[in-house]
Design a protein around this ligand. Structure first.
Ligand code: PAF
Length: 251
């Protein structure tokens, strides 16, 4: 039996009943094989797996993106059951933000580059909600995909800065056969855009320089936000129509 818990107090009470270690997979739902790999890893390493599903409004700087974020509750529930998840924390906005977002976790350095340039406030929203989730779920380990590498790095930094008693586990990006990084936003691509989308990965891995990768993506019809080499990785964000895709690889 899988428990579905809606309020922070219900979640906290349930957490107290669990014996052994807790692995936590925070998500915004619309689960795909990438999320499944996080759940599987958590199940291998921990006695209990808790999943959260919360489309966090404070991290969306574009209201259209928030509105169009896919919601697939039934399929998400099935995936969670298949992977031995003990409980899903599925709060409402009022549950998560009783303060109406007056209190925030803000990072003032790494969050201001890459995605932070085109998405002002995005990482404040991510860090704040993840901090709240960590306080509610009290996991021993939390699992994050390397596809959102900037997010992963910032969350690791927050855990250190606030002396949080948990371990962040990075999990490699899951890709479609043609190389496209799995993302909940991929379902919003038209057939034509979907055929072009794998060029992000190809450009990142096959170009000699970031500049060359950016030019290649522009030629293919992407609106490129950035391609940047940083700390041994190459990062890209580019838009096809209204859908913004991000990816990164080790170089
Ligand atoms: O990566 C995500 O799905 C979200 O940014 C997260 C970590 C669940 C916070 O809302």
């Amino acid at each position: 039996m899988i428990e579905v818990l809606r309020s922070p107090s219900e979640m906290k009470n349930f957490r107290k009943t669990l014996k052994g270690s807790v692995g936590f997979v925070p998500t915004m739902g619309a689960l795909h094989a990438g999320h499944e790999s996080l759940m599987k890893r958590a199940a291998q390493e921990c006695d209990n797996v808790i999943l959260s599903i919360f489309v966090n409004p404070t991290q969306f700087n574009d209201p259209k993106d928030l509105e169009k974020y896919p919601k697939t509750w039934e399929a998400d529930l099935e995936m969670a059951k298949r992977n031995g998840v003990k409980a899903i924390f599925f709060p409402r906005y009022e549950d998560m933000y009783p303060d109406n977002y007056k209190y925030k976790v803000i990072e003032n350095d790494f969050s201001k580059i890459l995605d932070g340039v085109d998405r002002p406030g995005h990482f404040d929203g991510v860090l704040t909600v993840v901090m709240k989730l960590f306080q509610i779920v009290s996991p021993d380990k939390a699992y994050f995909g390397e596809k959102d590498f900037q997010q992963l790095t910032l969350i690791k930094g927050m855990v250190e800065a606030y002396f949080l008693d948990l371990k962040i586990i990075p999990v490699p990006t899951m890709r479609e056969q043609d190389g496209l990084a799995m993302s909940s936003r991929n379902v919003r691509l038209t057939a034509e855009q979907r055929a072009l989308a794998p060029w992000i990965y190809k450009a990142l891995t096959q170009s000699k320089t970031a500049q060359e990768a950016a030019s290649l993506l522009s030629e293919k019809g992407f609106n490129v936000d950035y391609v940047t080499d940083l700390q041994g990785r190459r990062f890209a964000a580019a838009r096809l129509g209204e859908v913004r895709l991000i990816d990164n690889v080790q170089i």
